[in-house]
Ligand binder design. Sequence first.
Ligand SMILES: [Ca+2]
Length: 345
Amino acid sequence: MTKRIARASVLVILVAFANAIADERIPIIFDTDFVMPPWDDSMALMLALQSPEFEIVGVTTVAGNESVERATSDVLRMLEIAGQAGIPVYVGADMPLVHEKSDFAVREYGNWYSNEPPPEPPGGFAQKRAESQSAVSFIVDAVMARPGELTIVAIGPLTNIAQAIRAEPEFAESVKQLVIMGGAIAALPDGAGNVTPNAEFNFWVDPEAARVTLRSGIPVELSPLNVSRKSALTRDWYEKMVAVKNPLTDLLRETLGKRFEIEPERSWFMYDQIAVASIIDPTLVTSERLYVDVDINHGISYGTSVGGREPWPGAEAAEQMNVQYELDWPRFIDMFIERIQRPLP
Ligand SMILES: [Ca+2]
């Protein structure tokens, strides 16, 4: 009896302790055009999953790198591999708001318009299924249930976020923070685009959604190509990353490893991973407060983000936000590797 009471008290203390930790965690919604490694969204999710600073309230998918069906199928499998299949997944937009498939879109990187069934992810399709609630409905409900508390990490086209903003008038003022991987800012170093000369992929896929989102008044931390270009994932770093064996490094060996087998001397940028890391440790990046807006005219600058220190004619609706442009690469990659190598739950 005494033993049982003692055990019960220990349990009570443990639960209280767990709750105390839970209260300290940063609740996030992870919105992603997810694809398995070597693509960046999956490595960004690995970092988030392996970081006790976060409470991942849900993962929402969107068309971008690939179709939304592929994003959903791959993320469900990733959560199983990471031992966190309990995190709910919600299916989001399968097309941008306005942008239509063009010959240029087909030639360039990205497969957001695809209607092909998703290929089998490493290890086979997940047992786990997506929730029946839509991503937009979930995002709105989750934010409105905890006003001022949730951070949204948006690392794909901003289609779901723009729809959530439009769906609920009080949504924008109820989001604590929105961390976006997207855009390229010519006013800062390394600000060229990666799809068109000046437009970055996520913003270019859904420029209208990017504009609605940036103009919404949600406090934004922007992680554009300027800061991505300060990263350099080489074969040496990759080998350090996979030196410890766990299901995540096994997956990286199987996927990211192929890149370095084919092109051992090449280095790769990291994008979404930096956006996630900057929430855990804001001192990893240097930012400047800029007014940022997105061009939605169907001309040569479609999808281009423009940032300025002062508002300029035509940018009267632009909001000020933190724009990352410099990265402490050695500290970032050390942190990334250390987290990926931690034991899985
Ligand atoms: Ca992405």
